[in-house]
Design a protein around this ligand. Sequence first.
Ligand SMILES: [Zn+2]
Length: 145
Amino acid sequence: MSRTLGDDFILPRLTPNNTPFFTAGTIQIQFCEDCGHAQHPPDEICYGCQGTNLSFASCPGTGRVESFARVHHPVHPALKDHVPYVIAIISVDGAPGCSVQGNVIHCPPDRVRIGQRVRAVFEEAVDPDTKQELRIPQWEPDDDA
Ligand SMILES: [Zn+2]
């Protein structure tokens, strides 16, 4: 399986905070165990209460396109054969007020719409330096919604 933006495109650099999101194969969102705040990207402190009692929870893997851009100009040499593509902000079901960034795939770029229901799919990759297996969240139209 090849990646949407090419197998040569930059992989996420894993940190302790983002590893669940990029490796689990489910949509992992960080929640505060004290106030319930959901946040992404994950951080060391809660943006709601500044507490540090944070954990990850699996969300249903569906969401809604809040905003998007169709990219026609390859901003990196590895992208020259992959334009146009869509980068979108997706509000995540099960994590109120929380949104993530990803590509909308398996859909012609001119068919993506604000408000469109989407579901997560995961691109598998292996970091050539660390050999860590990644499952990068992407989004496709949720025709069942
Ligand atoms: Zn909190």
